[in-house]
Design a protein around this ligand. Structure first.
Ligand SMILES: Cc1ncc(C[n+]2csc(CCOP(=O)(O)OP(=O)(O)O)c2C)c(N)n1
Length: 555
């Protein structure tokens, strides 16, 4: 029933790992050749693969794991997907219903352990529940604000016999989708944007999830309003558009932060407005008279910033509803754009490249030139993530994948593998620091086994770079437990897994190494030994307001 239900839902790939409590499912898996099962090397890898698959393909990712340690190994991956609103179905085996609560072998309270990192979860103790539960789970995971749903299935249920019943009409009390937009709110938002002197739009992951990028661009142009994106919103608005402010937040561009801090109307679309976006909340956007918040999840309204105009709706529907009500914008708007241009000139993105060391930005600029807004780039967490976010002019959504909300080190390699399964037609690049990379490096086997064309760009700075930078800048310069000089030889490590690899420590070798990677079919790793002192700029010191960002020292 489980496997047939997955087929009915259109599932093609399952990322999983067998064990005592889900063996009945695995016994029948070979009878379903349409379901391609990817055997991971650690369940965390399965969760991140399903996550990368979902983000790249737009279809929910599916994970299998056994009870106890197997299911608990999914927790970080579920949390990563939950924080970033990624649709995922995790089907875990549970001990037989007759021994639940009796400390059976490999029993753990998986529902309890995962309830705060799933959108919903089910414990299935009776086979009669199965078809309905699976059908509901896909509905809940993929609608409204998407997220992971866990189905914990007792082993005796997996072994029971029952007639397959086609799921009845969905009837989920308490789960109602909001398909409409409050027209009054839309009119008020349009009026506020029209009459504003210094408006700004911030756009988040919700814009990408609802495919609202053309509506956003149309609205920004009609309202003559500049747009910044969150880290997860990158690609929702073209970076080279004259109204683009690039990325906002505590590592955003200086000109975006200046615009936010001087705005009189701020419209925030499809985003949570979390602390990474606001920095010091009490001093966030202090001149704003009208906050407008558009989000599909009503519980986001006022969670961090209380909006004057709330639109609880899908971003595309809300932006489409606002657009026709925009009037002639205030003539002073030109002055606002001129001021922003001045900030653009005063606070450009820049980096130091005169010390003879390999700079991460030089590596990424070459990689991105090759990716050319066609390839998917999956970044890990740390300095590598922010460099990868800032140093490319993304012109469309869906090409930059990273763990924004949870900031999960070890995400990139398995997520890149999942992304490649989801979009086999598109080149996939994986950017990671060496610290995060070794957290899930065992999944190199999966890339090699399936000869996946994933190119791994290791930005190796011999330390937990982002933490080292924080310690240098905000914790009295005490470098404590960040040294990673004792690490494997990454070229040998890749080769041990059967993957070709190169090491690069000079600028001149960047292009030839990428040429070699691109000439090679299948996976390839390049260990770029970068400047260990390279830092991320701009950055807002911890506890400070967005105004107080630090910039790169002179080049
Ligand atoms: C699982 C996990 N543990 C700890 C952290 C805290 N953390 C954030 S960035 C970072 C350093 C990352 O180092 P590395 O992977 O080498 O990347 P770099 O910053 O050097 O690019 C750490 C430890 C985290 N985000 N995730």
């Amino acid at each position: 029933m489980i496997l047939e239900a997955l087929e009915r839902e259109g599932v093609e790939h399952i990322f999983g790992y067998p064990g005592g409590a889900n063996l009945p499912i695995y016994q029948h898996l070979p009878e379903h050749p349409r379901l391609k099962h990817i055997l991971v090397r650690h369940e965390q890898g399965a969760a991140h693969m399903a996550d990368g698959y979902a983000r790249a393909s737009g279809r929910p990712g599916v994970v299998f794991a056994t009870s106890g340690p197997g299911a608990l190994n999914l927790v970080t991956g579920l949390c990563t997907a939950y924080m970033d609103s990624v649709p995922m179905i995790a089907i875990t085996g549970q001990v037989p219903s007759t021994v639940v609560g009796r400390d059976a072998f490999q029993e753990s309270d998986v529902i309890g352990a995962t309830s705060s990192v799933t959108k919903h979860s089910y414990l299935v103790t009776n086979i009669g529940q199965l078809p309905r539960v699976i059908h509901e789970a896909f509905h809940i995971a993929t609608t409204g604000r998407p997220g992971p749903v866990l189905i914990d299935v007792c082993r005796d249920v997996q072994q029971a016999n029952a007639d397959q019943v086609t799921p009845e009409r969905l009837d989920i009390p308490g789960y109602r989708l909001n398909g409409h937009v409050d027209l009054d709110g839309a009119r008020q938002a349009a009026a506020a944007l029209t009459s504003a002197k210094q408006p700004v739009i911030l756009s988040g992951h919700g814009v990408i999830l609802s495919h609202a990028e053309s509506q956003l661009q149309a609205l920004a142009e009609a309202a003559v309003t500049p747009v910044g994106t969150t880290l997860l919103g990158i690609g929702g608005f073209p970076v080279q558009h004259p109204l683009s402010l690039h990325m906002t937040g505590f590592m955003g561009t200086g000109y975006c932060l200046k615009a936010v801090q001087n705005a009189d109307v701020l419209m925030m679309v499809g985003m949570r407005v979390d602390d990474r976006v606001t920095a010091k909340l009490a001093e966030f956007a202090p001149k704003v008279k009208t906050f407008i918040h558009v989000d599909i999840d009503g519980s986001e309204m006022g969670k961090n910033v209380r909006p004057h105009i709330e639109l609880v709706a899908d971003a595309k529907a809300a932006l489409s509803a606002i657009l026709p009500h925009l009037g002639e914008v205030d003539p002073d708007r030109r002055q606002w754009l001129t001021q922003i241009d001045r900030w653009r000139e005063e606070h450009p993105l820049r980096y130091k490249h005169s010390n003879g060391q390999l700079q991460p930005q030089d590596v990424l600029i070459d990689m991105y030139r090759r990716a050319n807004n066609e390839a998917i780039v999956v970044a890990d967490v740390g300095q590598n993530q922010i460099w990868a976010a800032l140093w490319w002019n993304y012109d469309r959504p869906g090409l930059f994948i990273n763990s924004g909300g949870a900031g999960t080190m070890g995400f990139a390699l398995p997520a890149a593998i999942g992304a490649k399964f989801g979009r086999p037609d598109v080149p996939v690049w994986c950017v990671a620091g060496e610290g995060g990379f070794v957290m899930t490096a065992q999944e190199l086997s999966v890339a090699v086994e399936h000869q996946l064309d994933v190119k791994i760009v290791l930005l190796n700075n011999f330390s937990l770079g982002m933490v080292r930078q924080f310690q240098d800048d905000f914790y009295g310069g005490v470098r404590s437990q960040v040294d990673l000089t004792h690490m494997p030889d990454f070229v040998k490590l890749a080769e041990a897994y059967g993957m070709p690899a190169l090491r690069v420590d000079r600028f001149e070798d960047i292009a030839p190494s990428f040429d070699a990677a691109q000439r090679t079919k299948g996976p390839f790793l390049i260990d770029f030994r970068i400047d260990p002192e390279a830092n991320v700029y701009p950055i807002v010191p911890l506890g400070k307001s967005l105004n107080e960002f630090w910039e790169a020292p002179d080049a």
